[in-house]
Design a protein. Structure first.
Length: 109
């Protein structure tokens, strides 16, 4: 069984293994939903893993959500893993110099 939160532009689903599957745009509309989902998963104490295979757009609000989660993880001596990171997300992380804040497990092109 999974736990899913969604709106018109984005959905975030916590899978049984704890991975959060994100679909759609991580933007000003979707980032609050992503934050809720990440905080819910963080409360379990398991590592935070985001599968971004179906994310093709991220804006500054989305980046802010990821960075806030990264800060919380660092405070708890944990890391955030990003899977199936596309060019769009990876480019934003590179431009902002934040790539090293995440464990990028795999990329898609």
């Amino acid at each position: 069984m999974s736990d899913q939160i969604d709106d018109e532009t984005m959905s975030a689903e916590i899978m049984e293994d704890g991975t959060i599957i994100v679909r759609g745009d991580i933007d000003i509309a979707g980032s609050p939903l992503l934050e809720i989902t990440m905080e819910k998963q963080e409360s379990t104490g398991t590592p935070l893993v985001l599968d971004l295979e179906k994310v093709y757009f991220i804006d500054s609000a989305g980046l802010r959500s990821l960075l806030a989660a990264s800060r919380r993880a660092q405070e708890n001596q944990k890391t955030i893993a990003l899977r199936s990171v596309g060019r769009e997300v990876h480019r934003l992380l590179e431009i902002t110099g934040t790539t090293e804040l995440f464990n990028i497990e795999s990329r898609r092109d």
